[in-house]
Design a protein around this ligand. Structure first.
Ligand code: ATP
Ligand code: MG
Length: 270
């Protein structure tokens, strides 16, 4: 359940209460100056795909979350990339996950401004982060073949040198560029299984960031004591193509079932 300052005006029995709270978080982040206009639109697209999966974590997403936790636990230099939407949706959870897996946090923005990157770093620090990379002059290395502001990254052991990068809410272009750099396992969280991000990542989690990060915290906590070999094998045996096919099959079967059962709401006869 998302706890919130909007509880007073969203009716307690509103059927879309949770979704409205989450939307308000985006609006708060926007008003506070660190969620971009475009971030609001991106959220709407995510909501649409969330309907298709039934607004819950589907089995292939759980598998990907488990494998992602294994990849992060066995990484030498794991980094979590944070943008405005992620900072407003799951700030404390992102920091908690970073501590659990010993990952660095790096601000990375498509619509980069000095003000937004500093605000996001502040949100993360207020949520318990000790170090936040990718702010101001720190973001002076560039990802090759990438022309948006997302190419700017920290040279201080962040995304540039990471072996495993978690990119919640990424742009497809950059996911591809990170993969092309070679030597990086790119973990994406994206509700759209058809986006370029989903198709380019090494491990794609088709789930809402709101659910995916807490699941990964749980799995990382449970798997920390597992033998390293077992974790490495979990990652090695994972096939992203197959997992994405399972996602599409799940959505297809769910829609077929809904189409055969009917979906209109029942009301008393006049
Ligand atoms: P791509 O650049 O990967 O081809 P795109 O251009 O269609 O994708 P973008 O606008 O770059 O999409 O990014 C928005 C993506 O983020 C959408 O695919 C959307 O489904 C996803 N998204 C938005 N909000 C969430 C969320 N809360 N959890 C998970 N995914 C989300
Ligand atoms: Mg895009």
């Amino acid at each position: 359940m998302v706890e919130d300052s909007h509880a007073s005006w969203v009716p307690p029995n509103h059927p879309r209460r949770e979704s409205l709270f989450i939307r308000e978080r985006l609006v708060d982040g926007f008003r506070d100056g660190y969620v971009a206009f475009q971030g609001l639109i991106a959220h709407g697209r995510g909501e649409c795909f969330d309907y298709l999966v039934g607004e819950s974590t589907i089995p292939p997403a759980l598998t990907a979350e488990r494998v992602a936790a294994a990849a992060l636990l066995t990484a030498s230099h794991p980094v979590i990339s944070v943008n405005g939407n992620t900072a407003t949706l799951a700030p404390r959870q992102i920091v908690e996950l970073s501590k659990l897996i010993n990952a660095k946090l790096e601000v990375n923005l498509f619509y980069r401004t000095r003000e937004r990157e500093e605000l996001i770093a502040r949100v993360l620090r207020e949520s318990g982060a000790e170090e936040v990379l990718g702010v101001a002059d720190d973001a002076s290395c560039t990802i090759p073949e990438l022309f948006s502001e997302r190419r700017r990254v920290s040279c201080r052991g962040g995304i540039y040198t990471a072996d495993v990068v978690l990119v919640p809410l990424e742009d497809g272009d950059r996911t591809e560029a990170l993969r092309k750099m070679g030597g990086k396992t790119v973990i994406a969280i994206d509700l759209n299984p058809l986006s370029r991000t989903s198709r380019a990542a090494s491990i794609t989690i088709v789930d809402n960031v709101i659910r995916a990060i807490p699941n990964m915290i749980k799995f990382a906590g449970e798997m920390r004591e597992m033998p390293r070999d077992e974790l490495v094998n979990m990652v090695r045996n994972f096939n992203n193509e197959e997992n994405l096919r399972s996602v599409l099959t799940f959505i297809r079967d769910r829609l077929s079932e809904l189409a055969s059962k009917g979906i209109t709401l029942e009301f008393p006869k006049p």
